[in-house]
Design a protein around this ligand. Structure first.
Ligand SMILES: Cc1ncc(COP(=O)(O)O)c(C=O)c1O
Length: 386
């Protein structure tokens, strides 16, 4: 028998195994799954609870693993602070709720992710505008509190002239929020071009392995602090396991984006020369309307492209049916190449007129190019286009 009384199994099952800290810091930080935190005394507990000293209390408020991912995003985007959310839409919803409460006015690019388009289109104070039309943007931004655009849009691949958009938004007194999901911070850092807040669907390139749903935002410490307060109510908190996986994925972000960009450039050039392809939208091609802006704003042209095959919707569907290596799947930014049909998937909420405004043809196919050997991808598309 030791001096301390033997604990009952029920107690040991809960409290046993607390080991003293030993020298040696893990190179890869652990996942902090604990939702609650313990304090040395009542005073420390009260101080953390009152925010008199910064500490961990409850994971919806703060968690070391999500804090770590937030810090990584802040550094990658050149921001003072970063914050995690349960999804990309969680990040956008928090930003819009904070910057443009109902009635304050929201402007979004017509060329934007379908769900963001839907958000602006269904708000009584929402306006949609061609982000490349500066005069239209100037008119739309009057009286608005926020302008939302994507660095590179999906699937028309329009590249926003972020410095010009920021100038117009700021002159109207609106904040500029940029969705940098497709460009990634390897391709562009919108805050350096005048954006006030940048956000990502981290589900895509940041994680890169199609196995996590997550969102992140980065900006000034003041604005991120307001979003953190807001997200206490919204509750769109990222789970620590998901944050850990995204952080792990980011370790190879630069390699994946470089490889996907090289692959995409080769595929775009191949498709552009194919007799059955009517149009290829890829910002790296000199033929793309955004090529000049892209060359100025982007360090990498990225892995996303769209192309229109002859024969409209049935023509596009036939190619979809014949591919053998490219996966018929939605989303983007994973290591695997996926093909999809925007009119019936990501932009299904849009009417025929809205599709046309967003620059999407009924027969367009979207290709999110992964990291495979490019010859194999071209061979697959070649047999599918026969
Ligand atoms: C460009 C872009 N932004 C935002 C989102 C929304 O992200 P999430 O699905 O993580 O909420 C998506 C999702 O497809 C997207 O493609």
């Amino acid at each position: 028998m030791t001096d301390s009384p033997r604990r009952a199994a029920a107690t040991a099952a809960i409290h046993a195994g607390r080991l003293p800290a030993l020298p040696g810091v893990p190179v890869i930080p652990p996942v902090h799954r604990s939702v609650i935190y313990e304090f040395v005394d009542a005073g420390e507990f009260a101080d953390v609870m009152d925010d008199a000293s910064r500490g961990y209390l409850y994971t919806r408020i703060r968690n070391p693993t999500t804090d770590e991912l937030g810090a990584v995003i802040a550094e990658l985007e050149g921001a003072e602070a970063g914050l995690c959310f349960a999804s990309g839409m969680g990040a956008l919803s928090a930003a819009v709720a904070e910057l443009a409460p109902p009635g304050a006015g929201m402007v979004a690019a017509t060329q934007i992710y379908g769900q963001t388009h839907h958000m602006a289109a269904t708000r009584p104070d929402g306006r949609l505008v061609d982000i490349g039309d500066t005069d239209a943007l100037r008119r739309a931004a009057q009286g608005a509190a926020v302008v939302v655009c994507e660095t590179v849009s999906n699937p028309s691949l329009a590249v926003a002239d972020i410095p010009a958009v920021a100038e117009v938004a700021h002159a109207a007194g609106a904040a500029l929020v940029v969705d940098n999901t497709i460009a990634t911070p390897i391709g562009c850092r919108p805050l350096e071009h005048g954006a006030d807040l940048v956000f990502h669907s981290a589900t895509k390139y940041l994680n890169g392995h199609s196995d996590v749903l997550a969102g992140v935002a980065a900006g000034s410490a003041e604005l991120i602090g307001r979003l953190a307060e807001r997200s206490l109510e919204l509750g769109a908190t990222l789970a620590p396991d998901s944050a850990w996986l995204v952080r792990r994925g980011i370790r190879t972000l630069h390699l994946r984006v470089e490889r996907a960009s090289e692959n995409a450039m080769a595929i775009a050039a191949y498709l552009e020369g194919h007799p059955r392809v009517r149009r290829v939208a890829y910002p790296g091609l000199a033929s793309h309307p955004s090529h000049a802006v892209a060359s100025r704003i982007l360090d990498r042209f990225g892995g996303l492209m769209s192309f229109e095959v002859e024969g409209g919707r049935p023509g596009g569907e036939a190619v979809m049916d014949r591919v053998q290596l490219c996966l018929r799947a939605t989303s983007l930014g994973g290591v695997e190449t996926c093909i999809s049909h925007p009119a019936s998937t990501s932009h299904r909420q849009l009417s025929a007129e809205e599709l046309a405004q967003a620059g999407i043809a009924e027969g367009d196919l979207r290709l999110t190019v992964g990291c495979e050997q490019v010859d194999d991808l071209i061979a697959d598309l070649d047999q599918a286009l026969r």
